[in-house]
Every structure is written in structure tokens, then in C-alpha cells.
Design a binder for this molecule. Structure first.
Ligand SMILES: Cc1cc2nc3c(=O)[nH]c(=O)nc-3n(C[C@H](O)[C@H](O)[C@H](O)COP(=O)(O)OP(=O)(O)OC[C@H]3O[C@@H](n4cnc5c(N)ncnc54)[C@H](O)[C@@H]3O)c2cc1C
Length: 402
């Protein structure tokens, strides 16, 4: 039985969907996990498992569900205090861009009408309920600080525990470390600045114009959120957009299915030339805008400007000649992988794992789930993660029996 809040819920019989937490500003990136205790993990007696899964987001829970179905001993080590915190800590007004019919993990349908778009808190609660429903062995508040090998087994160190495992699945997502451009250091210390992962709502920002740097999905959606209360400049190149409204009638009923199930899941995969080309083009460039249309931004009063080239006399100078004054900046500049706690020779020069469909190509017994384009565009989406999890667990099972 898991020693988690999830399991406490299961014992008390309260449904996590009833417990909506607000005002939780905790960040879930590993570098902001609670400070390590002074206890030396190496002194503790190692705990042994066939498999350890790192991360209890949708990817880790999916892997755990399939491990459990096959009766494979495992534990999930999760750094955050609560399953679903990654979603809870996203901005307040966020709704999923995928309707509920594409928001279910294997074995448990998302509890909402299929054509509605869940809020981020509903998604968080669904993940918590999923872990409770299948009694998945999640240990919260257990950030893994080092993963390495000793005596032929994997060794995982948290602040006060050492685990040993024959196999490890890293399900910590490819987006753990907020990326800040060098330009961030050029700002006057008086200027309020934050990364997009810290943004919750307009009340966090001082009065005056806001400069959003990075015009991908997060930048565009935060711009729409802020435009009601602030003058907003959205800086960055045009990443393109999906040419229909996913929330409109046709979008909900037909086109979303074609994009999410057809294009993202079946066509743009590592097995198709089109998919491989798309993947290399996408690297470091982000997805086209899914929900926000350029016309909507314009109507909301958001002013698009080019890429910021420099800061001069307190103003941002863009490569299209625009020069704007601002009171605050939000860096919507994406994330780096953040796998530096993996002390094994498995990462490439950019810090991404070398793998084939989630199986490390360098170290036997090491797997990944939920990576950016692990197998298809849909790999990091709720609707796509199950297929990758099934594949990874199939390999694990075969290796145990082989
Ligand atoms: C703004 C936004 C909107 C999105 N909207 C949608 C949508 O509408 N539909 C959709 O399908 N997808 C959407 N996505 C994409 C995707 O569903 C999410 O990014 C999802 O959170 C990825 O799940 P994951 O399990 O791979 O990673 P995460 O949710 O990031 O979970 C990883 C877990 O690992 C833990 N962890 C990390 N490092 C360690 C460590 N060292 N030790 C222990 N634990 C660790 C973290 O605390 C975390 O709980 C959206 C993403 C963003 C950013």
C-alpha cells in the first residue's frame, strides 16, 4: 500500500475531485523541490524493487498502471507533494485544448462530457483519482537527486532513501528546467520579470505594459489572459497556427479528432518520413498555435513585435524595428530537459536522452516515458502517453521473462 496522500484519500473515501486547492504556488521543477535533509542517503539500507518509476505525472501513472496489470513489483518516486501538482501549478485560467474524450488514461474515462474542455485543476484531480483508483504505489515528496549504477543495479537516491532496482523508467517529462535567454540579465533590477511557469494570473504583475518574450502556445495564451488588464506586447517569430477553431462546433465534433488521433497520433510518428521530418523541424521551435488565432490576439489588443534583439535605454528593441517600453517581462521561452541528476552516460549534447521509442540506447534496463516526440507528436499528450507506456512495459516484461 502506498504511503501517499493519494492512498489516504482512498482510505477516507473522499473523492479528490471534491478537493480543489487554490493559491498553491509551489513549483514542481526538481531544482525547486524542498531542500535536502542533512541525512546521508547512502547510510540508509537500500530498498529493492524490480522497477522504479520516476515521476507521477500522466506518463509515470500510465507506466505504473500497466506494470501493475502485469503484476510487476514497482514503486513511483514523485518529487512534488501531491499527484497532479504539475497541472495545479499552471496558470489559473488554463483549460485543456483537448476535449475530455481525449483526456483519459488507460482504464479510466475522464469524468466529464466528451466535448467539454477540462480545467487544469480538473485534470490534476483526475490524475490524483487515477492513482487512488488503481492503488498505484506513489511516494510523494521523494525527488530523485541521483540515478546511477552500482554493483550491476540501478541506485536511486532521494533526500532520505536509497532504492535499488533492476530497471528504471524516467517519466519526468522533457521540460523540467525553465530556459531564460541571456537578455534576462540585461534588465534593470527594478523591472519585474518571471518565467511562464511562475505565471498564475494578471494580479501578479504591476501596472503598466507587459512584454511577453516567446510567441508559442504559452506566450499566446498568457497574452490573451493579460490583455483584459494590461497593455501587452508579444514578441517572437510567428510559429503558425492550426487552421480551425478547436472549440467551435466543427472543431469539437470532427477536426480535433482528425488532428489529435489522426495527425498527431498516427501520421506524425517516428515510423513515417513525414513524422521524422516534422520532429527535426520542431526541435527547439515548439508547436504551431493550437487554440489562439492571430485575429483573436489582434482583437484583444495584443501587439505583435519581432524577436527582441537588445535592451536599449530601458526599452526593448525588436528585430523588426519596434521599440517598446515595458513595466514587466514574462519569459515564455520554454524549458530545457533538466536530466542532470541522471548520473549515467545516456544524454546527448543538448541534455536529451538518447533512446529508441523510449528505450535507452546506451544503458540496458533504462527506459523513458512522456518524452517530447518519444514516438509521435502525441507522446507527451494525455491521449498519446498510454501507447508509449504499454510499449515500455512490454519490453520490461519481456526482459524479465527472457
Ligand atoms: C500549458 C500547457 C497546456 C497543456 N495542455 C494540454 C492539453 O490540453 N492536452 C494534452 O493532452 N496535453 C497538454 N499539455 C501537455 C502535457 O499533457 C503535459 O505537459 C503533461 O503534464 C506531461 O505529463 P508527464 O507525466 O510527461 O510530465 P509531468 O506532468 O511534468 O510530470 C512529471 C512528474 O515528474 C516529477 N519529477 C520530475 N523530476 C523528478 C525527479 N528527479 N524525481 C522525482 N520526481 C520528479 C514531477 O514533479 C512531475 O510530477 C499541456 C502542457 C502545457 C505546458
Amino acid at each position: 500500500m502506498a504511503d501517499t496522500r493519494t492512498s489516504d484519500r482512498a482510505r477516507t473515501g473522499r473523492h479528490p475531485a471534491d478537493l480543489v486547492e487554490t493559491g498553491n504556488l509551489l513549483r514542481t521543477q526538481p531544482d525547486t523541490f524542498p531542500a535536502a535533509s542533512l541525512r546521508q542517503p547512502a547510510e540508509a539500507r537500500p530498498e529493492r524493487h524490480d522497477v522504479v518509476v520516476i515521476g507521477a505525472g500522466q506518463a509515470g501513472l500510465s507506466v505504473s498502471y500497466h506494470l501493475k496489470r502485469r503484476g510487476i513489483d514497482h514503486v513511483i518516486l514523485e518529487g512534488a507533494p501531491r499527484v497532479g501538482d504539475v497541472w495545479r501549478n499552471r496558470w489559473d485560467s488554463l483549460r485543456l485544448f483537448t476535449p475530455a474524450k481525449f483526456d483519459s488514461l488507460d482504464g479510466y474515462r475522464f469524468p466529464a462530457h466528451k466535448d467539454t474542455f477540462p480545467t487544469k485543476d480538473e485534470m490534476a484531480d483526475y490524475l490524483e483519482a487515477y492513482a487512488a483508483k488503481f492503488d498505484l504505489p506513489v511516494r510523494v515528496n521523494e525527488p530523485v537527486r541521483r540515478l546511477h549504477k552500482a554493483n550491476g543495479r540501478f541506485r536511486l537516491e532521494t533526500k532520505d532513501r536509497v532504492c535499488e532496482a533492476d530497471r528504471v523508467v524516467v517519466a519526468a517529462a522533457s521540460y523540467q528546467k525553465p530556459r531564460l535567454p541571456a537578455l534576462a540579465n540585461d534588465l534593470d533590477p527594478q523591472v519585474f520579470q518571471m518565467h511562464s511557469h511562475e505565471y498564475r494570473n494578471p494580479a501578479q504583475l504591476p501596472n503598466g505594459p507587459v512584454l511577453l518574450v516567446g510567441a508559442g502556445n504559452s506566450g499566446a495564451e498568457i497574452a490573451m489572459d493579460l490583455a483584459k488588464t494590461h497593455k501587452v506586447y508579444l514578441s517572437g517569430r510567428d510559429v503558425g497556427h492550426i487552421p480551425f477553431d478547436p472549440v467551435g462546433f466543427l472543431g469539437r465534433k470532427l477536426l480535433v479528432r482528425l488532428v489529435i488521433r489522426g495527425l498527431f497520433h498516427r501520421i506524425l510518428t517516428m515510423r513515417t518520413p513525414m513524422g521524422r521530418k516534422f520532429r527535426s523541424r520542431m526541435h527547439g521551435h515548439g508547436m504551431p498555435l493550437i487554440r489562439t488565432r492571430p485575429g483573436q490576439l489582434k482583437r484583444a489588443g495584443v501587439r505583435r513585435i519581432g524577436k527582441i534583439a537588445r535592451i536599449r535605454d530601458g526599452k526593448a528593441v525588436a528585430d523588426d524595428g519596434a521599440e517598446v517600453a515595458f513595466a514587466s517581462v514574462i519569459w515564455c521561452t520554454g524549458f530545457d530537459p533538466g536530466f542532470d541528476w541522471i548520473d549515467l552516460p545516456v544524454l546527448d549534447g543538448r541534455g536529451d536522452p538518447r533512446h529508441r521509442f523510449g528505450k535507452s540506447t546506451d544503458v540496458a534496463g533504462l527506459y523513458f516515458a512522456g518524452l517530447h516526440f518519444q514516438y509521435a507528436v502525441s507522446s507527451p499528450l494525455v491521449s498519446g502517453v498510454g501507447r508509449d507506456a504499454r510499449r515500455v512495459v512490454g519490453w520490461i516484461d519481456a526482459a524479465r521473462n527472457g
